[in-house]
Ligand binder design. Structure first.
Ligand code: FE
Length: 194
């Protein structure tokens, strides 16, 4: 299902499909996918306004495309001024490209006692750049809008139908909660399971 008809987006989806059709290893997917995502976000003229609208109550996720075979999905995240995510994992590979504005991504590592510590300083992801996550390269982070006066928008590509993946949010003391992402445009809400 593709919710965006602009040729820049449909070409991106076609090329990601071709990339995963060849079933290369994760490093090749992250490298090839990053190049394609950078190309997509180099122009801010294709995301319909309906999927670029922020909600003062919290950051918003809109499903843009899900692969019929559930090998990947594409989501736009719209962050209002000052909005941030909890610390969370993905459990699959993911690429985050900033289309508009800029965001901070703060990585975390889990210590032997289960608690979390910051892994280095926050990374400022500027308009046009791409960050990668996966259980192999670092999967825990918290994301925030780096701008205090306007929304930022990032385009996320995940190696699964992310709306079906059970994953976790974390407290610094190591406490976790299981959740499955919902989408504002699909009448689904994020489900917290435990
Ligand atoms: Fe994330």
């Amino acid at each position: 299902m593709t919710n965006v008809r602009h040729p820049r987006f449909t070409t991106f989806v076609d090329l990601i499909e071709r990339l995963v059709d060849d079933a290369p290893g994760e490093p090749t997917i992250l490298e090839g996918g990053s190049a394609l995502l950078r190309k997509l976000i180099a122009h801010d003229d294709w995301l319909p306004e309906a999927y670029a609208t922020h909600d003062p109550k919290g950051y918003t996720q809109y499903l843009l495309h899900v692969d019929p075979r559930e090998r990947f999905s594409v989501v736009s995240f719209v962050w209002g001024p000052g909005q941030k995510s909890p610390i969370h994992n993905h459990t699959v590979w993911g690429l985050i490209g900033v289309l508009r504005g800029s965001e901070y991504s703060q990585a975390y590592v889990r210590q032997p006692d289960g608690s979390l510590v910051e892994a280095g300083p926050p990374v400022l992801v500027r308009e046009g750049s791409v960050e990668a996550v996966s259980p192999n390269i670092g999967d825990l982070h918290a994301v925030s809008n780096a701008l205090t006066d306007r929304p930022s928008i990032s385009i996320h590509l995940y190696g699964a139908d992310i709306g079906k993946v059970r994953r976790s949010i974390f407290q610094l003391d190591g406490g976790t909660k299981t959740f499955i992402s919902g989408y504002s445009n699909a009448s689904t809400t994020t489900k917290y399971i435990s």
